[in-house]
Design a protein around this ligand. Structure first.
Ligand code: ADP
Ligand code: MG
Length: 479
């Protein structure tokens, strides 16, 4: 018994025996240390005196009645108020003591200092809030911020990813990262995974693919998550859609190229203009000299070709003077004059050219533009038929449905090499040429521009199959 008393007195827990009304009948050292009370063996001390006002009310109105009902309570939060006015959070456990007659006659009370625990809880709460805030940032980010398993399976998916790729998280979780990448990016992705495995961060551009199959440019930054002894347990990715950025970069580059070509072209045109004029004048003088008929014909041909040179100098790269108003152009005459320019070259290459433009009424346009369009298309047809073929040009007015405005339709068909699908796709791109140094890649680009300017449309059909090889351009313009 003596040991039990000693244990009570020296116990590391604050313990007290109270009357039902809260009077402390006996308490150990820890209790007095915690409550900051006197060793109140002499004076009367009620537990309520050690509590804040709220805690005292709670003690009387809740804790004691519950205790009387159940016989014990555990883990009740109370607030001590020390004589120094400092407040200390505590947990209380209490057991009801019954006398020999079975009536409750005392309370065994144990108090635990909860200051540390409170601090810990507060810290935990703060950390949780912080984590929530952070995950909110990740969740709502317009970039895709994702986590992958070491084998590349998608483990998390945020709103940015939904926006960029079009997959919902239910659809995509568990799939492989490769389902977000274009097939072409597969090997680059494998390289990246190998680097991640060795603990290296990877920042790279990939061609991505959306749910609907369309492709996009992605800027991807991959970070490995390693655990000792250097095993890859996961990796995270920040993925940004840079499609628009890339497109505008490309457009800028193209603009720069065009501007420099434009500058070069205009300076060349300027340089050759003077000698050109001189030669034109010389031929004119020569023409008025008495010459044998044969020589006169040669001079005329030279003049024709020279006209073409000045046309190229002033027109091909669109540095011709724009005629100030639309004029009615006789399409047949125009086509004839273009074919006449090519007559001798067609003959040399074994090309037969024919045209049928009788059923086309005069077309109101800027004179030079429609001519430019036809010259460009005929030039390409000529290039495509270096070993002979047939060129057919047909122009006519068409009426799509009764009451609609008539359109001028120009069809230019050649039996040349034709174009494969990759050429067709890039046909109208500036600087796209399959002719190496011999091509500028500007003809079709300019053509499309001029057609658009005249509210027209271009359609192309082309085949490289031997039995129906060739190309057909159909242009339509509203009259
Ligand atoms: P360039 O003639 O300087 O190459 P273009 O813009 O006029 O530039 O044409 C672009 C490319 O389109 C050509 O290099 C050629 O491959 C293709 N192309 C255009 N027209 C034809 C055609 N009638 N037949 C075959 N290929 C053509
Ligand atoms: Mg061309």
């Amino acid at each position: 018994m003596h040991l039990a008393v000693e244990f009570f007195e020296n116990s590391p827990c604050a313990q007290a025996l109270l009357d039902i009304d809260g009077l402390v009948r006996s308490a150990n050292r820890s209790f007095w240390t915690l409550t900051g009370g006197e060793d109140a063996a002499a004076s009367e001390f009620h537990i309520q005196q050690a509590l804040t006002r709220g805690a005292a009310m709670f003690y009387e109105s809740q804790l004691v009645p519950t205790l009387l009902q159940r016989g014990k309570v555990e883990g009740i939060s109370l607030e001590l108020r020390l004589p120094s006015a400092q407040q200390i959070p505590v947990f209380a456990n209490a057991v009801l003591h019954r006398g020999a007659d079975g009536h409750p006659d005392g309370i065994f009370l144990t108090l635990f200092d909860a200051t540390q625990r409170r601090l810990y809880e507060k810290e935990l709460l703060r950390a949780r809030k912080e984590a929530e805030r952070l995950s909110e940032v990740v969740r709502r980010s317009s970039d895709a911020i994702l986590r992958f398993g070491p084998d590349g399976t998608i483990q998390s998916w945020n709103e940015g990813a939904i926006r960029i790729f079009g997959w919902s998280s239910a659809e995509v979780l568990g799939r492989s990262i490769s389902s977000l990448m274009d097939d072409g990016a597969a090997t680059a992705m494998q390289d990246a995974m190998a680097l991640l495995g060795s603990g290296t961060q990877v920042v790279r551009d990939f061609a991505g693919v959306r749910k609907d199959g369309s492709t996009l440019d992605l800027s991807v930054s991959l970070t490995p998550h390693l655990e000792a002894p250097g095993t890859l347990v996961a990796f995270s990715a920040i993925i940004r859609d840079v499609t628009l950025l890339k497109a505008s970069e490309r457009a800028l580059l193209q603009n720069e190229k065009l501007a420099s070509v434009g500058r070069m072209a205009s300076s060349i045109a300027h340089e050759i203009n003077n000698p050109l004029e001189a030669v034109t004048n010389l031929l004119y003088i020569l023409q008025s000299h008495p010459l044998p008929a044969e020589s006169l014909e040669l001079v005329t041909m030279a003049q024709e070709e020279l006209a073409r040179v000045s046309q190229i100098a002033t027109q091909t790269l669109r540095f011709y003077k724009q005629s100030s108003s639309r004029v009615p152009v006789d399409v047949e005459t125009l086509v004839q004059s273009v074919l006449a320019l090519y007559r001798s070259r067609f003959a040399n290459a074994g090309i037969t050219a024919s045209s049928d433009c009788k059923r086309a009424s005069p077309f109101r346009c800027f004179d030079g533009e429609i001519r430019q369009i036809i010259v460009n298309l005929v030039a390409n047809a000529f290039d495509a038929m270096k070993s002979g073929g047939t060129l057919t040009i047909r122009c006519r007015d068409t009426i799509l449905f009764s009451g609609s405005r008539p359109e001028l339709r120009i069809t230019i068909a050649d039996t040349g090499t034709g174009m494969d699908s990759s050429t067709l796709r890039r046909l109208f791109e500036p600087f796209f040429t399959t002719k190496g140094i011999g091509g500028t890649g500007l003809g079709m680009w300019i053509t499309q521009d001029l057609v658009n300017k005249n509210a027209g449309r271009v359609r192309v059909r082309s085949s490289v199959k031997p039995e129906k090889r060739g190309t057909v351009f159909v242009l339509t313009f509203p009259h």
